[in-house]
Design a binder for this molecule. Structure first.
Ligand SMILES: C[S@@+](CC[C@H](N)C(=O)[O-])C[C@H]1O[C@@H](n2cnc3c(N)ncnc32)[C@H](O)[C@@H]1O
Length: 190
């Protein structure tokens, strides 16, 4: 599912407020959210920021590359799995904004790789999409206290991700109920 226009506006505003140098997106699809991020980057007076957006499907990556052609100075589409991209990135070049929107079962691994490899700058943000997944996550929340072993459905995978982040002392998060839900996560300052 692509981000909605309201989510796109929120992302664009966040980006232009944060003024990031490096932005990463995991899960590009056809480049819709990449264009919203580019919109935010283009509103930064210094115009110094760049987005790397990662897509596992070569056809989608090629399609997205065409769709972002007019902002190719701001956006690079990378045809790669999200995990391979994270593992091969030089962590000295930290990201200031990371948007996680690929396979929901990978969210916890992406989050852990980002934190363990210190890929997020101190003032940076991780934003994760679909964290309310069609309002299907809250009902699980009421029934269970811990992580779901071998989660099968998307709502169970998202539930596990939300719980994992909420139990993590390294970060703080807020969930914005915009469209399918956006988690805003940052490193704790202490
Ligand atoms: C929800 S869509 C992304 C939508 C896009 N962010 C937007 O809002 O316009 C998820 C995309 O992630 C891609 N994807 C799935 N698993 C992936 C993985 N392991 N690594 C990278 N991309 C992946 C899918 O092919 C799909 O295009």
């Amino acid at each position: 599912m692509m981000i909605s226009p309201t989510q796109g506006q929120a992302m664009s505003m966040l980006i232009s407020a944060i003024r990031p140098n490096r932005v990463l997106e995991l899960g590009c699809f056809v480049g819709n959210s990449a264009l919203w991020i580019a919109d935010g980057l283009s509103n930064v007076p210094e115009k110094k920021g760049h987005l790397w957006t990662c897509e596992i499907d070569p056809k989608m990556a090629a399609f997205a590359t065409k769709n972002v052609e007019m902002v190719s100075d701001l956006v690079t589409v990378v045809n790669s799995s999200a995990q391979d991209f994270l593992d091969s990135w030089n962590e000295k070049n930290q990201f200031d904004f990371i948007f996680i929107d690929a396979d929901k079962g990978g969210y916890i691994n992406y989050y852990e790789t980002i934190l363990s490899r210190n890929m997020l700058s101190l003032s940076g943000l991780i934003v994760a999409d679909n964290v309310l997944f069609k309002d299907q996550v809250h009902p699980i929340d009421n029934r269970l206290g811990g992580m779901i072993k071998a989660p099968k459905s998307i709502r169970e995978k998202v539930y596990n991700f939300n719980l994992h982040v909420s139990l993590d002392n390294r970060t703080e998060q807020v969930i914005l109920p915009i469209f399918d839900g956006l988690s805003i996560i940052r490193l704790k300052r202490n």
